[in-house]
Design a protein around this ligand. Structure first.
Ligand SMILES: C[S@@+](CC[C@H](N)C(=O)[O-])C[C@H]1O[C@@H](n2cnc3c(N)ncnc32)[C@H](O)[C@@H]1O
Length: 150
């Protein structure tokens, strides 16, 4: 029988293999990193096994597959893969971030310069975030980019 690429990735066998690997290599509560998330199966299995996870994906399937699949896992609607093995009933959650373009780029001489897409407002907001402040520009005073600490 022939499978499409997607069906191959979704096969319960892959969830079982990942279950074995994560079981051997980690403990509940550990952090599992998948920096090439694909369809997000590693994260889904890690989630069902009570591990924390970070996934990184540059493709659109982040929206078309990973997020919908994780919502099903969290809502207890994913009945496939290792769900029965680990008695998964649902729970947990995740945060999703979209990375901004790099604030640095190279000029024609190969020197690092500030990305031309960035303006002073974006830089002020980025600096506040890095330093642990919340960006709170003034509505009243022009160019008063104030921040307050958490
Ligand atoms: C074969 S899939 C990985 C399968 C996945 N680990 C799983 O558990 O189902 C590889 C994925 O890596 C993504 N990718 C490739 N280069 C990347 C990069 N630099 N940053 C983030 N994702 C990347 C591709 O878009 C593709 O979806």
């Amino acid at each position: 029988m022939l499978f499409t690429r997607e069906e191959v990735f979704k096969t319960p066998k892959l969830e079982r293999l990942l279950h074995r690997i994560i079981h051997i290599a980690t403990n509940p509560g550990d952090l599992v990193l998948d920096s090439f998330a694909g369809l997000g199966i590693t994260g889904a299995v890690a989630h069902k096994m009570g591990r924390r996870w970070i996934m990184i994906e540059l493709g659109e399937h982040c929206h078309t597959h990973i997020i919908p699949q994780l919502k099903k896992v969290i809502d207890g609607e994913d009945k496939g893969g290792i769900t029965q093995t680990v008695n998964w009933k649902g729970g947990g959650g995740f945060r999703y971030y979209r990375l901004a373009p790099s604030s640095l780029e190279k000029d024609k001489w190969g020197n690092w310069i500030l990305n031309k897409e960035y303006n002073s407002e974006i830089l002020a907001e980025a600096l506040c975030k890095i330093e642990g402040f919340t960006y709170a520009p003034s509505d009243t005073f022009y160019r008063q980019h104030s921040c307050y600490s958490k």
